[in-house]
Design a protein around this ligand. Structure first.
Ligand SMILES: NC(=O)c1ccc[n+]([C@@H]2O[C@H](COP(=O)([O-])OP(=O)(O)OC[C@H]3O[C@@H](n4cnc5c(N)ncnc54)[C@H](O)[C@@H]3O)[C@@H](O)[C@H]2O)c1
Length: 357
């Protein structure tokens, strides 16, 4: 494995930056050359071992002075496009958080700039690395379920409903762009596409704001302008019907992301809560007979499959920069998901189906 020296910098020093740093900055040959965040460093949430890296508040200054080969964009959504474009202009590869951008135009501009710069772009669709999701993808790709017939996907959380959860940038549409749709829905859109290998053809959707206001940490009340829950129905290539529901205000649900699909020879379920198991009732002979009770058998992802599983997604771009064949979620995948987010928004406006180009 190559360990070509790589200079690495990060925009945003909050919660998800810790994941990027642990995945990327720890790799052999990678040097952390800068961290950029306009907030007071006492509020930064990065791990101690990275705290000595040069600190910046101005993005262009960091890029000019540190000349990174790779930059992670770990800021609120509003800044993803602007900072990714700046990093590409300065000759860096980019690992950007999801959702890719605030809208389709921004996402397309990012992918165009990336292609023109001849650099790699990753969007951190982190569930792509869950063992059961990858194993499910392999089962589908091998045709073991036969022709796909239906998809059902839910992603439910409760945190936003809790009064103890203070108002944050995630509740402001001018900074987050979306609520549950952009935070959770984008993982659902990519996860279903990743496992089934199918593309979205058309969609009709609805979203709501069920919590009108929230108090911030200082006790000041703010209006919530992002969707707290959403549902959409879509048709995938080949006429497969897929339905989706997401919520950040479903009491009792911590982080429950579940994808269920049936093909003519079986039904398969994966869940984020149990990343090493899946539920599978499959086999052409078995499924010739009707089943009269619901008892999808639980199966452990085979041990050997884990041995072949590479470290989580942000790390994939390092290997790809070093010329290794690598399977990671790209800017093009981000554009696909963004196109669906825009289409769901259009459908809500028009109250009609929207066909994807
Ligand atoms: N892939 C995943 O599963 C996953 C999980 C959590 C968060 N995320 C994404 O990561 C991003 C950040 O979320 P978070 O939870 O880390 O948020 P956070 O609020 O914990 O941290 C964001 C940080 O960015 C900083 N910041 C704001 N504007 C900036 C700018 N212009 N330049 C540099 N830094 C800036 C803030 O000061 C803050 O320190 C979001 O896009 C979110 O959707 C993805």
């Amino acid at each position: 494995m190559s360990t070509t020296p790589l200079r690495y910098a990060v925009f945003g020093a909050g919660g998800i930056a810790t994941v990027h740093l642990d995945m990327i900055a720890t790799q052999p040959g990678v040097t952390l050359v800068g961290l950029c965040d306009p907030a007071d460093p006492s509020t930064w949430r990065i791990q101690k071992q990275y705290a000595d890296a040069p600190r910046f508040t101005d993005p262009a200054t960091m890029l000019r002075e540190t000349k990174p080969d790779l930059v992670s964009v770990c800021t609120p959504n509003k800044f993803h496009a602007e900072l990714s474009l700046l990093a590409l202009q300065h000759g860096a590869h980019v690992a950007c958080e999801k959702p890719m951008a605030m809208n389709m135009a921004e996402a397309e501009a990012m992918e165009t700039a990336r292609a023109q710069a001849g650099k790699l772009g990753l969007i951190n669709f982190s569930y792509r690395n869950v063992a059961s999701f990858r194993f499910a993808r392999e089962i589908v790709a091998r045709g073991e379920l036969g022709r796909l017939l239906r998809v059902n996907c839910v992603y439910l959380q409760s945190f936003l409903g809790a009064p103890a959860q203070p108002y944050a940038w995630r509740n402001d549409v001018s900074i987050a762009g979306f609520g549950a749709l952009g935070d959770l829905g984008v993982h659902m859109l990519d996860g279903v596409r990743f496992i089934t290998g199918l593309e979205y053809e058309r969609v009709v959707g609805l979203a709501q704001i069920l919590i009108p206001e929230k108090k911030d940490a200082a006790g000041k009340t703010h209006r919530v302008t992002t969707d707290t829950n959403a549902a959409w129905l879509s048709e995938l290539s080949g006429g497969v019907i897929a339905n989706f529901e997401t919520s950040q205000v479903a009491p009792g649900y911590g982080n429950y992301f579940r994808i269920e699909l049936s093909g003519e020879h079986g039904t398969l379920v994966v869940q984020s809560d149990t990343p090493d198991d899946l539920w599978l009732h499959a086999g052409a002979s078995l499924t010739r007979y009707a089943t009269w009770k619901t008892d999808l058998p639980k199966q452990a992802v085979p041990t050997e499959f884990f041995r072949n599983l590479k470290p989580t997604t942000p790390a994939g771009i390092v290997r790809a920069i070093r010329g290794e064949a690598e399977d990671f979620p790209t800017f093009a995948d981000g554009v696909r998901a963004q196109r669906m987010l825009d289409a769901i928004g259009q459908s809500m406006q028009s109250q009609a189906w929207v066909t994807l180009g």
